[in-house]
Design a protein. Structure first.
Length: 336
C-alpha cells in the first residue's frame, strides 16, 4: 500500500528566501573571497585618491576659501608685514580702498623711505600679493619634511575608504543577504538606502554650511583670545575637515538607528517622547565630543539638526504606532 502523501507545509511568503544551505567550508570560501574583494576595492580606491591628491586638497580647502570671502565681506583687514613676517593688521575702513580690487584685500610691506637726511618707516602696498590670508583666515603650510607625504597618506586613507564604501557594502551584502528572509531583506534595503542618503546629506550640510562658519568662528575666537591665527598646519586642517564631515554624516544616522530599534520592539514612540529631555542633554554632550574643534558654536550648529532628526523619528514612530493600532482594530472587528 502506497504511503499516503502529506500535503506540503504552508510556507509564509515573508519567511522565504533563506538561501540554500551550504557546508561550513563553502561558507569559509565565500567569506575569503568577500574579504579579498573588500580589500581590493579599498586598495584601488586609496591608489586613485593618492594620484588625485592635489585635486582632493583643492576640494577640502574650498570651505576655507568661502570663510575667507565671508570674513572679507564683514571684517576687511590688510596684513602689515616686515619681510615675510606678519607684524599686524590694518582695518581697511581707515584706508582709501580705491587703490586695490574690491574683491581682494591687500598687504602692506614696512619699508624705509628717505626724506632728506632722515629715514622714515612707511607702508608700501603689495597689490600683487599672493597671500591667501589677507582676509584674516589662516594659510595652510607644512612644517616638516614629510608633512606633504603625511597629508597625501591621510587623503588616500580617508578618501579610499569613502570611495570604496559602496563596493564594500555591495560585497558584504552579497555574502549576508542570501541567508536573510524576504521581510528582513526588504527592511535592510530600506535601512541601507535611507542611511546612505542621510549620511550624504550630513556630509553635504557640513561641507557647504557648517565648515565655513566653523572655520571663521575658530579664527575669530583665537583672535579674541589674543592668539594669532595666520597660519595652520596643512595636516591638522585636513584632519579637522575630514573628521568634521565624518562626525556630521554619522550623526545624521540617528533616525536609522532609532527606527530600527522601534521596528524590533525595543523602543516605541511613547518612550521617545518621555526621553526627549534626556536626549537633549545627551545630544549636547555627544556633539561636544564629536566635533573636532570642541567650541560651543560648532556644538550647537551640529546639535540643532540632530535634534530635528530626533523629532522626525518620533513622528515616524507615532505614525507606525497609529497604523498598527488601526490594523489591530480591523483584525479584532473581523474576528468578532
Amino acid at each position: 500500500m502506497a504511503a499516503e502523501e502529506l500535503p506540503p507545509p504552508d510556507i509564509d511568503e515573508d519567511e522565504e528566501g533563506g538561501g540554500p544551505v551550504k557546508p561550513f567550508l563553502e561558507h569559509l570560501e565565500d567569506l575569503r573571497w568577500t574579504i579579498v574583494k573588500v580589500l581590493s576595492a579599498v586598495f584601488i580606491s586609496m591608489l586613485l585618491c593618492l594620484v588625485a591628491g592635489n585635486r582632493l586638497v583643492r576640494l577640502l580647502t574650498w570651505p576655507l576659501q568661502q570663510a575667507q570671502e565671508l570674513n572679507a565681506s564683514t571684517n576687511r583687514t590688510a596684513l602689515i608685514k616686515l619681510g615675510e613676517t606678519v607684524v599686524g593688521r590694518l582695518a581697511l575702513s581707515t584706508v582709501d580702498s580705491n587703490l586695490w580690487p574690491a574683491q581682494r584685500a591687500p598687504s602692506f610691506q614696512i619699508t624705509a623711505i628717505g626724506s632728506g637726511t632722515n629715514m622714515l618707516l612707511g607702508l608700501r602696498l603689495q597689490s600683487n600679493s599672493a597671500d591667501g590670508n589677507a582676509a584674516g583666515i589662516a594659510l595652510l603650510k607644512n612644517y616638516s619634511p614629510i608633512g606633504g607625504i603625511m597629508v597625501a597618506m591621510k587623503l588616500a586613507l580617508f578618501g579610499g575608504i569613502s570611495l570604496s564604501s559602496p563596493f564594500v557594502f555591495l560585497f558584504i551584502g552579497q555574502f549576508v543577504l542570501p541567508a536573510l528572509k524576504v521581510r528582513e531583506k526588504a527592511f535592510l534595503y530600506r535601512a541601507v538606502a535611507v542611511g546612505v542618503g542621510l549620511f550624504l546629506v550630513g556630509v553635504v550640510f557640513c561641507y557647504f554650511v557648517i565648515m565655513q562658519i566653523t572655520l571663521l568662528a575658530t579664527v575669530q575666537f583665537s583672535q579674541w583670545l589674543g592668539f594669532g591665527a595666520d597660519e595652520w598646519r596643512a595636516e591638522d586642517y585636513i584632519d579637522f575637515v575630514v573628521k568634521m564631515m565624518l562626525a556630521v554624516g554619522l550623526s545624521f544616522q540617528l533616525p536609522v538607528v532609532m527606527l530600527t530599534l522601534v521596528k524590533i520592539g525595543l523602543l516605541d514612540y511613547r518612550k521617545l517622547v518621555d526621553w526627549r529631555s534626556y536626549f537633549i542633554v545627551l545630544n549636547m554632550v555627544a556633539c561636544a565630543v564629536l566635533t573636532p574643534s570642541g567650541d560651543p558654536f560648532t556644538m550647537f550648529l551640529l546639535a540643532i539638526p540632530v535634534q530635528v532628526l530626533y523629532e522626525i523619528s518620533v513622528f515616524i514612530a507615532w505614525r507606525w504606532w497609529k497604523r498598527d493600532q488601526k490594523e489591530l482594530a480591523a483584525l479584532e472587528a473581523s474576528g468578532s
